[in-house]
Design a protein. Sequence first.
Length: 468
Amino acid sequence: MVIYGSIITPLSKRDTLFSDYSLLRVSPLGTIDWVEHEVPPHKLEEALAKHGETVESIASQFRELKRGEWIIPGFVDTHTHAPQFQNNGAGSQFELLDWLKYVTFPEEQKYADVEYAKKMYRRVVRGSLDLGTTMCCWYGTLHLEGTKVLADVLNELGQRAYVGKCNMDRESAPTYQEASADDSLRDTLSFITHVEGLSSQPSQALVRPILTPRFAISCTGPLLQGLGEIAKQHPHLPIQTHISENSAEIAYTKELFPHCATYAAVYDHYGLLRENTILAHGVHLEQSELDLIKSRGAGISHCPTSNFNLRSGAAHVGEWLDNGNKCGLGTDCSGGWTASMITTMQLASVCSKVVSYYTKGDDASITGRFSKTQFAKYQLPIQTVFWLATMGGAEVCCLQDKIGSLEPGKLFDAVHVSILPETDNMHIWYDESESLESMFERFMTNGDERNVSEVWVSGRTVGGRLFK
Ligand code: GUN
Ligand code: ZN
């Protein structure tokens, strides 16, 4: 496939490339062969000739975009729960610990029924793909068979994914809790074997297993210890969990693990804090924890929709970025009410505006917390929010060499965005003469799934408004 038209892709945390006339070729293997930027129509032949092509030779695979349409890298959702989609929009009057008990665990329990899992997970993954999410870090339930179904569906529908069976052997509900640490570890190993078996080339696999201790509260010391041992034996196996989301959760964690000075120290103590660890929320992380997390190379998933919805707090993401912590965005259904990374970007922007309102005048260089602030105290620039949803997420997943931006050699995980005033797209108003930057700002502020026309993973069309 050869695409000609506008491309928008992150260059750094602060800079985005806006190219009105790009020429991009996707190889049959789904990687980006080459990209030429700013090729005016009369230079098309010349640009093609550089790569040994002619207008005739690419005619059957040529796609030309109109003004108001562009290609961006696919969204990377670094944290969500597949068995909670049914609850999206429900239970928002609770805070975390009661919400888990009264709203979340009763729904997750239903996934003991494999037929229910089959029906629901297909809808869940279809929905996520149609929203432009090309890579997703999924939590299943504690059930081995049900979570295998989730992995199978991901593999079939073609979403790049990390998928984990939850480990939880205490502090849940009598009917929704694993019988022992040994049972949990045994099922985890079976799950890893199943997911790795889905691909003949595990290192190139689309769907990969991820260790998923739900959070410290729901895991006994022996379970965390056993998971640490599995992690040690499998250095490339990623790990995901929750951290410092809610004040009552933090206090209870410290009570359960009195030998650890901080919440982050609990995961570190059990060997679960490393480069490929993804920590969700982190709203109330202390400076010493941010430093520990950074020293281990772990990443943080910022989940603003959920943090607002469950009244967990407003994360100081600018401080994390200044501190050098890896960071991406997560939808966290159904703590958050939507699987849309577009809405999540909008809420990340709002969160940074709220935080900057309260921290303005707090000159971090004077308080001595940071020698240099680039992001703290200010609202996040639009470019930074876009970076978080794409490259930032790729870094958190340790996939920065493969996805997250549109560069030659990377996989073509991408979204065709359209704000053309056709059919039901009239929710974004713009003027024909507007710059690409200006149109993009409108998409970032007003966009939704109506603007997601087509979605590719490794060059394969897997979703979008026009995909049926
Ligand atoms: N902490 C432990 N489990 C969960 C969960 O399912 N959602 C959120 N938001 N936080 C959690
Ligand atoms: Zn979560």
